[in-house]
Write a new protein. Structure first.
Length: 188
């Protein structure tokens, strides 16, 4: 009789322990929080020799595929994915002229802007370069609004375009690389 009571008590204790542990694991999983830095890959774009000095010239779009879900899973040990994104903010945008010459570099442009959109949200998001210095320039850290919420843009295919108003004509193609970086908040 005593052995039966001890066995029953032990069984109840084990069940309570298992329930407590499983509830604790669920609570821990629901409290996961990650701040991730994501770069959607470098994009190469060619700005052809241009003589149009009136208005803004458009170059692109160039399309890039980036698996955001795989990136998040790799960073969270496969615990969370794209559906767990709570916020996406732009951290930086850099455009680099990969083969500048004294006659053909960003100095040829007086202003410009870059746009991107995705397969999830096709209204272009724009970052502006108000005044480009009239000095030899091979890269530009584009000013960005780090408070703008861009979660709706997160998909798997991204399209990039460069627009620029010339100060003076370019006489050769400019091969450029654009790099967007984002701060992503993931919660589960």
């Amino acid at each position: 009789m005593r052995k039966k009571i001890i066995t029953s008590t032990l069984a109840i204790a084990v069940i309570i322990a298992v329930i407590s542990v499983s509830q604790s694991c669920t609570k821990v999983a629901n409290k996961l929080h990650f701040n991730l830095k994501m770069k959607t890959g470098s994009v190469n774009i060619t700005i052809p020799a241009t003589v149009n000095m009136i208005g803004s010239n458009s170059f692109g779009p160039v399309t890039n595929t980036y698996n955001v879900d795989s990136f998040i899973k790799a960073q969270t040990g496969t615990l969370l994915g794209i559906d767990n994104i709570t916020s996406v903010k732009i951290a930086s945008v850099v455009i680099v002229d990969n083969d500048p010459t004294p006659a053909n570099n960003f100095q040829n442009f007086q202003s410009g802007y870059l746009e991107f959109y995705s397969d999830k949200f096709t209204v272009p998001y724009q970052v502006n370069i108000a005044n480009i210095k009239d000095t030899f320039t091979t890269s530009i850290n584009v000013p960005v609004d780090t408070s703008a919420e861009l979660k709706s843009y997160i998909g798997t295919q991204f399209n990039y375009t460069v627009h620029g108003t010339l100060r003076r004509a370019t006489t050769a193609d400019m091969h450029c690389t654009i790099q967007y970086a984002f701060n992503i908040v993931i919660e589960g």
